[in-house]
Design a protein around this ligand. Structure first.
Ligand code: C2G
Length: 140
């Protein structure tokens, strides 16, 4: 059983995320996705539109994803790799080289990031279209 793991915020889920998951899943038999909690996002200086639970629900619904776990701090990766018997740690290549130290535990791969889409770009283009709305608030 070859298990892959990846980490991220995955806000405003889009085809760039799907393409990453699809390619990672094709490398083995099981894909685990560690979704950044709201508290960890604050440490990353990121304010997601959707809450952790909403983002985890969306990611879990993706057919390429077998399991979702919370990402609560930067240093959890090595422990996760051992705990889940990970064969491959994978990220988009905007993280190229940042996690090479994990290669003592498993294979480390960086896959090309999908161009022309990002959660930030989605937010910005929506904000431009709706100048009077605060798109950072989920409509109740
Ligand atoms: N990604 C991608 N193509 C895009 C956008 C994102 O391949 N158009 C990939 C990124 O390269 C990353 C993953 O999707 O591997 C998640 O991206 P983010 O949600 O922006 O997560 P990030 O802020 O990079 O957090 O410990 C690692 C961090 O939690 C990563």
């Amino acid at each position: 059983m070859k298990t892959i793991i990846t980490y991220g915020t995955f806000d405003l889920f889009h085809f760039g995320h799907v393409r990453l998951f699809k390619r990672l899943r094709a490398l083995g038999d099981k894909l685990i996705v560690a979704v950044s909690t709201d508290e960890f996002n604050a440490l990353k200086g990121k304010a997601a539109f959707f809450s952790y639970l909403q983002r985890a629900e969306i990611v879990e619904a993706c057919k390429y994803v077998d399991m979702v776990v919370p990402e609560t701090h930067w240093q959890q990766k090595a422990k996760d790799i051992c705990k889940h018997d990970i064969s491959i740690f994978g990220m988009g290549d905007d993280w190229q080289g940042e996690f090479d130290e994990l290669s003592i535990l498993c294979d480390v791969v960086y896959l090309s990031r999908t161009g022309e889409i990002s959660s930030t770009e989605i937010k910005n283009s929506l904000a431009a279209k709706m100048p009077n709305h605060d798109i950072n608030k989920v409509q109740k």
